[in-house]
Design a protein. Structure first.
Length: 271
């Protein structure tokens, strides 16, 4: 069984919710990325989302856009992200990793080559932000053959018809974008999120993890009460940048970022 499915199944049996942090490969360095991934797991992360730097990350807010820019200034590539996963697997064979990014780097590598390399590295899921479901059938089939889950976004404005198309292709979990706009924007409206989750749940048995607008233990706990998990991005990426400005010690950077996950883990588990 794919690690994502096993993880979410285990959590459900325990009555617990997933905590899914996101950081960007190569920001501030590849070494800091790897150290932080391990630290996030040690502090309570269940699934890791690893951003692949791209020159035009249209779904991201300013914080994550700047992280992509810094990573690209370090010449970080999709191959580097795959290599980080491979290195991570030398110490951790259990924690699921999702590569999150945009279509262009995968197209440049070639879909078949990407799937082969992702399998060899130990990738469990792929979330391609700008790949519409209408164009995802063949790629999804290749991923399924490799037992890699294709994870899709659903937003507050996604129609029922489009949701049906998405859930027919999706695996692992649905990533529900709780806010209109880009990452890091706005404030959570839990009642609106809950209403949309009921709609999604009427169409699929897949777990739903909620992201965008989760900034602290309180918001993570609120989301976890109504979904299968909370996805956390901008607050971690921002802390990564702040820590890197004050120290070059990768372990100190990792510790500063993972402390946020520790607080969220406690808030979710104690709620």
């Amino acid at each position: 069984m794919n690690r994502i499915n096993q993880c979410l199944e285990n959590l459900a049996q325990q009555g617990r919710k997933a905590l899914v942090p996101y950081i960007v490969t190569g920001d501030p360095s590849l070494e800091a990325t790897l150290a932080t991934l391990h630290a996030l797991v040690e502090q309570g992360a269940d699934i890791l989302e690893l951003g692949v730097p791209f020159s035009d990350p249209t779904a991201e807010g300013p914080v994550i856009q700047r992280a992509h820019e810094r990573a690209l200034a370090n010449n970080t590539s999709l191959r580097d992200a795959l290599d980080i996963v491979k290195q991570f697997r030398e110490r951790d064979g259990d924690t699921p990793i999702v590569l999150m990014g945009y279509t262009n780097p995968i197209e440049r590598m070639g879909y078949s080559t990407f799937v082969e390399n992702a399998t060899a590295a130990g990738v469990d899921g792929v979330l391609t932000v700008d790949l519409p479901p209408e164009e995802a059938t063949e790629f999804t089939a290749q991923l399924r053959d490799a037992e890699i889950e294709n994870i899709f976004l659903i937003t507050p404005t996604t129609t029922i018809e489009r949701q049906k198309m998405i859930v027919s292709l999706a695996g692992g979990y649905i990533y529900y974008v709780s806010l209109k706009g880009v990452t890091g924007a706005g404030h959570l409206d839990i009642d609106s999120v809950k209403e949309k989750l009921l709609e999604i749940k009427s169409l699929t048995d897949l777990p739903v993890c909620v992201g965008f607008g989760i900034k602290d233990g309180e918001s993570a706990s609120a989301v976890a009460k109504i979904s299968e998990g909370a996805v956390v991005g901008s607050v971690l990426v921002n802390k990564m940048a702040e820590a890197a400005e004050s120290t070059s010690d990768i372990n100190e950077i990792a510790s500063a970022v993972s402390a946020i996950i520790n607080d969220m883990r406690q808030a979710i588990d104690n709620s």
